[in-house]
Design a protein around this ligand. Structure first.
Ligand code: ADP
Ligand code: 5GP
Length: 206
């Protein structure tokens, strides 16, 4: 039978609701693992090291790049963000659905890797830019200059929307949560091509 897990990527402007939707999937779908990224950005109020991110210095991050420890990494809004390879491979070997909250550059890197056949991707956004600004202001974790930078970056990220399997306009949160859980369940049915071959062989002989 199939043993390997699969990957579910969420991208979209900062403030669109990715973390909120990921929490919903973690609480409603079984056998899911959240890939905790490493970042050099400052910790926000309410965030915890080792839960939301691994918070490290620029020097530590650059050392990990040199050592080849990242599956992918990118510079987003002037800070480094990256996904460590080891925990992801371990979770996949354990048959888990691995959730990623990564930017469009990270997604492109993943789609060039040998894991691409196992990826389901979702682009999460707000109905408008003014609603994105409202959410960033309400979240209260960024100053005006950072919000400006995130909005500017959002415009650039929106240009990549058409590369994703699914588009989630996160307007009604309850509806989006339900859609996200459905997508996560479907993502679990993505299978590695090698494993499919093994399955067919086994299927014929039984
Ligand atoms: P991201 O992880 O994409 O940066 P968050 O999940 O932190 O975004 O959400 C940003 C803010 O918007 C949070 O305060 C969250 O509670 C709020 N939020 C998320 N989804 C909705 C929604 N559908 N309607 C209104 N507010 C939302
Ligand atoms: P935030 O600072 O709001 O938590 O995240 C900013 C952006 O960085 C978001 O678009 C988020 O998806 C992205 N991001 C978070 N972790 C990673 C990662 O490991 N790799 C990449 N490429 N992007 C990430």
């Amino acid at each position: 039978m199939f043993k390997k897990g699969s990957l579910l990527v969420l991208s979209g402007p900062s403030g669109a609701g990715k973390s909120t939707l990921i929490k919903e999937v973690l609480s409603k779908v079984e056998n899911v693992y959240f890939s905790i990224s490493t970042t050099t950005r400052p910790m926000r109020e309410g965030e915890r090291d080792g839960v939301d991110y691994y918070f490290v210095s620029k020097e530590e991050f650059e050392k990990e790049i040199e050592e080849g420890l990242f599956l992918e990494w990118a510079n987003v809004h002037g800070n480094y963000y990256g996904t460590s390879l080891k925990p992801v491979m371990r979770a996949l070997d354990e048959g888990k659905l691995v959730l990623f909250d990564i930017d469009v550059q990270g997604f492109e890197t993943l789609m060039r890797s040998s894991l691409r056949d196992l990826v389901t991707s979702v682009f999460v956004t707000t109905p408008s830019m003014s609603e994105l600004r409202r959410r960033l202001e309400l979240r209260g974790s960024d100053d005006e200059q950072t919000i400006q930078k995130r909005l500017q970056n959002a415009i650039e990220e929106m240009a990549y929307m058409d590369r994703y399997d699914f588009i989630l306009i996160n307007s009604d949160l309850e509806l989006s949560k339900r859609d996200m859980v459905c997508i996560a369940r479907a993502a679990k049915c993505k299978r590695d091509k090698g494993e499919i071959k093994d399955f067919i062989r086994h299927w014929k002989n039984n």
